[in-house]
Design a protein around this ligand. Sequence first.
Ligand code: B12
Ligand code: SF4
Length: 475
Amino acid sequence: MRVLLIYPNIIESPKEISAGLASVGAILKEDGHTVRLIDTTFGGRSDKEIMERVNAFKPEMVCITVATNDFKFGMHLLDIIREQYPHVPTIVGGIHPTVAPEETLMQKNVDMICVGEGDLPIRDVARMLQKGEKRTDIHNIWFKKNGKAIPNPQRQLPNLDDLPIPDRGLFDFQRYIDWHGGTATVISTRGCPYPCTYCVNRKQKEIYKGNGLFVRYKSVDKLLAEIKEMKEKYRLKEVLFNDDTFTLDPRRIKEFCEKYPTIIGTLPFTINGRVNTVTREMLMMLGKAGCTRINMGVECGNPHIRNTILERDMTDQQIIDTFRWAREAGIKTYAFNMIGIPHETRENIQETIELNRKINPDFVGVSIFTAFPGTPLYDLCKKNGWLEEEYSSSYFQDTNVRHPNFTIDELKKIRDSFGFEVYRKTKPLRAYVDLIDKKFTKYHTYMRVRSMLIAAGFKKVLARLDKDNFFDVPA
Ligand code: B12
Ligand code: SF4
């Protein structure tokens, strides 16, 4: 069967493939289908350009992935495809249908949705369509009949080693690597066990309950084989593990650190960690194995907001210690922060700035809080009438929350000077460049030029000129 995959990605930065579609594509190819991808990450988003590519392929099934921010654009693409291909079945997967299934399924041109992990369900759907069957009982897939939803239960979560390696070749993967100045992305786990109230993991854990372990890992051997294959196929200088929390299992980290240098060599890598999952010893091991950067959430400097509203469960001292250990292990640090959290005040934001000054990260990132469906904080905002009707299109540029203590413009101003405030005393040059950079990120043209400069290695040039690292672009 000719299966068309669509990645309706519209964000300017950072640019990354959809590992979900790469996994779904790999499974479909393994099952003998002809698979093609339309990827809008680097452009080609007009109706005309999309339809030219659809017509060149003449799909027999259309599969699209959507997150909340690209939901509108994704649905528009299904509408224009349906006009010309009224009988071709459509299925929507990804995080948005997982957390907002009814809303997604009830869109006019959506025939089926996949709730949760889609590797095995999509195989069943394609097999069913190929045989011309009309089943409505496939686990994880919700069907629509006479305008009504037919939900189905979840299946057992698959063991990650039983799945094929995600098919990066469906994308122009080299272009993504080049865009990141040589960084290739990998996912080695699925799931995160923590209860943070703004994160979709909490909802996913609830959805998958009773169907096996939510947190699963690729075995170290399989993971390293995947990276080795990637290294042979593409020109890369660095690996970025996009796992929510790479540092969950200390024994696995130990095995990984022992084997990585032997099998992969000196290729540097970046990970996402969580303050209370790492120890000094673990960071030392990671540093020796080639880890050059760890990204960790600080989120809020006020302990009550952080631990009661966000349920992060970590003290200021733990955060300060962990960032220091990373530095001692020779690993650069990136601190994630949020502003505009429900119940937050101006004083609380000042506490976040103070905490960041204390930890003095190499990079600092801040986003305006966005409430995502399926999370407790979304429900809280809804209950209090703090939600805008439209979903915001980016964590960094906008928000769907009308905060009682701030206007959106105020939050944007605070966001734009956040890095400046953090680095003002310790790294003044860096602070001013950050300020200028943030002032311009709202301009589409600036972001495009900035993306191009990053891809051209501009960041590396600047980094060489100034060890403070001007730009806090995760790459
Ligand atoms: C890597 C990553 C990115 C990358 C790539 C995004 C992508 N589309 O894959 C980049 C940097 C571009 C990115 C950007 C953003 N991200 Co992001 N990102 C992630 C991260 C860390 C990993 C995603 C991933 O690869 N997972 C592994 C794969 C295997 O899982 P998956 O994509 O969910 O796919 C499975 C199923 O969903 C399903 N599936 C997926 N697609 C399809 C399609 C079909 C047809 C079928 C049948 C099944 C199916 O099957 C797959 C395999 O089982 C997740 C966290 C997470 N836990 O998922 C956040 C996450 C997806 N991101 C999030 C957010 C908020 C964003 C941004 C809005 C932030 C911003 N800067 O504006 C943008 C939105 C961009 C976008 N269009 O997705 C939120 C999404 C919340 C929401 N409700 O939308 C998440 C969940 C983080 C969080 N914990 O809150 N992100
Ligand atoms: S630690 Fe990070 S990924 Fe895990 S639940 Fe909390 S916010 Fe989500």
